[in-house]
Design a protein around this ligand. Structure first.
Ligand code: ADP
Ligand code: MG
Ligand code: MG
Length: 908
């Protein structure tokens, strides 16, 4: 096997910052900081290759690893001038996990390794501080038991709490050397009781067990869940870093902390972080004690503070991105223990990207490439309604760890959060402190509220990354998890009671506060002045850059003029899909539609359609006007007709009720007629039945009415580019049939109005046969639009409405790589798209082709469409910014989006 271990220390490192895949983010950054002359405790990193080999060998260390580790341990001992396990003055190390992508707190780390009953006494002698050495020891026993032996840390915490209670002490800081000694003993006793053997005294044995446990922590349920949520491959593995300990718990001038070079919640350029004096790192990141804001460090240890600021500013410049760092101060001396790209909210992502361009730290292209589409999505999430929130009582205020509005039923365990969310409930997860184990519950909840833990705790970091509104460290509430309730002043909130939390202000409110559109939506709709919005100016600038890079166009799916206006404001370059049937579901139109369906004669039907015509015309006109000359694709009637009629069972009940109440014969007869028609229309497989173009072929008067409404509206609107789309064809003849109807109507309308406009007639490709015969279909079709919802259903033979029963299992068992209704299945459905694009354009050069399924707003599908050479993707108006960004990133990634800088263009 290749080199398995990389050393760093004394200003030199075998690894480099670019070796993240091999050394993990942590190992690579420690090496890089060492190179840069930043003070980092020395150590060595075992590679991720070793972790993979470890799993291949059924969790056994690969050959040669122990020997290589011993060599590096010698080097480390030499660098520090201490020996692991030496009884008089022992070297202590941490054993740290760290993968190539950061997974905050999801894996395990052990501190103070190397202590045993002898060396703990040596450490006391050497430091003259017995309280300190036994504090280290009891922490080590607890972490070792938890991580290596699977004895829950909480059991030890319980013992600690007991001791404090017995001694009448509030804070850990008041425990004296006797308490610490007592605890170290008690912990060993508990260890033996639970593990069945004595706490291992041999430091080498401690080390190899700890290392294997760190590798194993790659596969804890929470780590696996985190990877699933963030689509991180299970095969990456973690590295393991063994590093000399430095001590933040040594005395008054010692401490530890975590910080960010900018505010990870808002993006504001300010030094942001938290610290604790007389503590070890775990205390801050695990959220056990609520730490102090970093500004206070300036007063307490000014020299260390200034140095920290200097170093981290340098790190940000070097990495050209916001850094999240960990540090420890040992008796006034500052050590850096970690630096990585800081996780941030969508708001912070956009703001930092824009500001870093202004600071000339990064290019516009880098800014566009850096912000994730999901982060843009976060910006579009609703906020609390400013007016209505005043009617609700604010009962507490905590740290505003992750902005946004969340309202829902309070729940007190992650399990309940998942359960209720699955039943479609909105929930807010309330915990004393969240731990990384809560990840599934956090994902299921709308927001998170905790009573302890700081804004840099792992839970807060993960919450921000998920875009979960979070209020943490809210000391004004008391959470009683066991009883399933929390108290805020005189209020008691139990499971199921509604609460609302505002992650932007840190406020906790009683009740279900209504939400309204995000700031961005309010601004684009003209309801909020852009100057009043903090984030909008950043968003606007950023999206301008985005549009400069992308080549793929974006359209919106919009059924009403109202949607179309929003779509245009959100950057739509056209309407890619107007589902005309949505206009008929309106309560005052439905009766007309039903009249049309129930008509017994052609004349009756024509009469009903005649009544629908002006309504459709008005809607279409609204669409055309909203888009002001940009193309509008209108699909002719698509759903099975029974969708417009009441369900059969309901009708039967109604008739019975009517009869027993002695209702009028006329009324009953009407209802019976309706029931008869409903039964007529009943289909075994309605989604494969009389719908799509089959409707228009059966009842051409419907197509005729719709075409007439479209053309008249287009003429009325003046500037209009209608694209009429025939759904669900499988053969070219179906399209030819409907196209003929449309063209006849066009001719008739244009002649009558003595005015012409350009229009296209095309088709949806949503049945495999249509994709496979696209070359022939293109003879008739003037454009294609992929209806990937139906195409996915028909390609897989999976009904989307029934997939809930088995698809989740398929995904969790990895039978399918993901839900094909979410991200396009490139292998199968994608192949059909490719065939249709190639053969369609072979027949009709340069034919306009787009996609209008829900995939059009999903980033990886957008990337795929870009690669296919489609003209546009169409999605819901709210997803337009996401689609725009995903398209720009796809163009940047394959080099097609690089536009010459403006200056050069002018020169030419
Ligand atoms: P995580 O990924 O969970 O943050 P880390 O390996 O970073 O795990 O360690 C957890 C905490 O312990 C951090 O606060 C870190 O700074 C601290 N820590 C790790 N190694 C050392 C060390 N050698 N000396 C002092 N503190 C350490
Ligand atoms: Mg860390
Ligand atoms: Mg369809």
């Amino acid at each position: 096997m290749a080199k398995q271990v990389y050393f760093f220390g004394n200003g030199k490192a075998e690894g480099k910052g670019g070796m993240k895949a091999l050394l993990g983010g942590k190992g690579a950054a420690l090496a890089e900081m060492t190179h840069a002359g930043i003070e980092v405790p020395p150590g060595f990193t075992i590679t991720t290759d070793v972790c993979r080999a470890f799993y291949e060998k059924r969790r056994k260390a690969p050959r040669g690893l122990d020997a290589e580790m011993r060599i590096h341990l010698k080097k480390l001992e030499k660098a520090v001038g201490k020996r692991l396990g030496a009884p008089e003055d022992p070297l202590l190390v941490s054993v740290r996990s760290g993968a190539s992508v950061s997974m905050p707190g999801m894996m395990d780390t052990i501190l103070n390794l190397g202590l045993n009953d002898l060396s703990v006494a040596g450490l006391s002698m050497k430091t003259g501080n017995e309280r300190f050495s036994y504090d280290c020891y009891r922490r080590f026993i607890m972490m070792f038991a938890d991580v290596v032996m699977g004895v829950d840390k909480k059991e030890f915490d319980g013992l600690l709490k007991e001791r404090k209670r017995d001694r009448g002490i509030e804070s850990d800081l008041d425990l004296d050397h006797d308490d610490m000694k007592w605890l170290a003993n008690r912990f060993q006793f508990h260890y033996r009781e639970r593990v069945g053997s004595a706490f291992p005294q041999d430091p080498m044995k401690q080390l190899s067990l700890a290392r294997d446990a760190v590798f194993s922590s790659w596969n804890t349920p929470r780590a696996a869940e985190y990877r699933r949520l963030n689509r991180i491959s299970d095969d990456l593995g973690t590295a393991c870093t063994i590093q000399a300990m430095v001590f933040g718990n040594l005395g008054e001038n010692s401490g530890t902390g975590v910080g960010f070079t900018r505010d990870p919640a808002t993006g504001e350029k300010k030094f942001y972080g938290e610290f604790l004096l007389k503590a070890q790192g775990e205390d801050v990141v695990a959220g056990v004690r609520t730490p102090e804001p970093i500004a206070a460090l300036e007063k307490k240890l000014p020299k260390s503070f200034r140095k920290l600021k200097l170093i981290t500013t340098r790190l940000e410049k070097y990495y050209r991105d916001m850094q999240d760092f960990e540090f420890t101060i040992q008796e006034g001396r500052l050590y850096m223990l970690q630096t990585r790209t800081g996780k941030r909210t969508g708001r912070a992502a956009v703001r930092t990207a824009v500001e870093m361009v202004a600071e000339k730290l990064i290019t516009q292209e880098a800014a566009v490439a850096r912000v994730l589409p999901e982060q843009i999505d976060q910006l579009l999430h609703p906020v609390f309604d400013t007016e209505k929130r005043r009617e609700f009582k604010t009962v507490a205020k905590g740290l505003n760890a992750s902005p946004g509005a969340a309202a829902g039923k309070a729940v007190f365990t992650p399990g309940r959060a998942v359960e209720l969310a699955e039943q479609g409930e909105r929930v807010v997860l309330v915990r004393a402190e969240t731990s990384p184990d809560d990840i599934a519950g956090m994902a299921a909840a709308r927001g998170v509220l905790t009573s302890t833990g700081g804004a840099t705790s792992h839970a807060a970091v993960v919450g921000r990354q998920m875009g979960k509104p979070s209020v943490v460290g809210c000391s004004q509430i008391r959470v009683e998890e066991e009883q399933g309730r929390f108290r805020a002043g005189k209020h008691v909130i139990s499971e199921g009671d509604y609460i609302s939390i505002d992650g932007t202000t840190g406020e906790v409110m009683l009740g279900d506060v209504p939400v309204e559109d995000s700031e961005i939506v309010q601004v684009v709709q003209g309801r909020l002045s852009s100057r009043k919005s903090e984030i909008y100016p950043y968003f606007e600038k950023f999206m301008k850059w985005v549009d400069r890079y992308r080549t793929l166009r974006v359209r919106a799916n919009a059924d009403t003029p109202k949607d179309a206006i929003l779509a245009a404001a959100m950057g739509a370059q056209g309407i890619g899909l107007c589902r005309t049937e949505h206009m008929f579901f309106d309560p005052d139109r439905l009766p007309l539609m039903q009249k049309m369906i129930l008509a017994e004669t052609d004349e009756d039907r024509e009469a009903a359609l005649e009544e629908l015509l002006p309504l459709q015309r008005e809607d279409f006109r609204g669409l055309f006007e909203a888009l002001a000359g940009k193309p509008v694709t209108i699909r002719t009637l698509d759903p099975p007709l029974h969708e417009f009629l009441p369900p059969r069972a309901d009708l039967m009940v109604e008739i019975e009720k009517c009869r027993s109440a002695g209702g009028l014969d006329d009324v009953i007869r009407e209802k019976e007629k309706l029931l008869e028609r409903v039964e007529d229309l009943h289909e075994v497989n309605p989604m494969l039945g009389l719908r799509g173009c089959r409707l228009g072929i059966n009842l051409p008067e419907i197509t005729r009415m719709q075409a007439r409404a479209i053309f008249e509206a287009a003429l009325d609107a003046g500037k209009a580019v209608p694209e009429i789309m025939i759904p669900l064809i499988s053969d070219v003849a179906e399209l030819a049939n409907q196209k003929k109807v449309v063209n006849e109507v066009a001719k008739e309308v244009f002649a009558r109005r003595k005015k012409k406009i350009k229009y296209l007639v095309g088709t949806m490709i949503e049945i495999p046969r249509a994709a496979l015969t696209a070359g022939v279909i293109a003879k008739e079709a003037e454009f294609f639009s992929f209806g990937t919802n139906d195409l996915t259903q028909t390609t897989f033979g999976i009904s989307r409405d029934d997939a809930g029963k088995f698809l989740p299992l398929y995904v969790s068992e990895k039978i399918l790589p993901g839900d094909p209704f979410v991200a396009i299945d490139r292998t199968g459905v994608g192949r059909l798209l490719r065939i249709a694009v190639e053969e369609g354009r072979a027949t009709r050069a340069g034919m306009k082709i787009g996609i209008c399924g829900e995939h059009g707003g999903e980033p990886s599908s957008v990337e795929f469409c870009h690669g296919l050479g489609l003209d546009y993707v169409s999605c819901s108006p709210y997803r337009l910014p996401i689609a725009r960004l995903a398209a720009a990133q796809a163009a940047i990634a394959d080099g097609s989006g690089k536009k010459p800088a403006r200056k050069k263009r002018r020169k030419r």
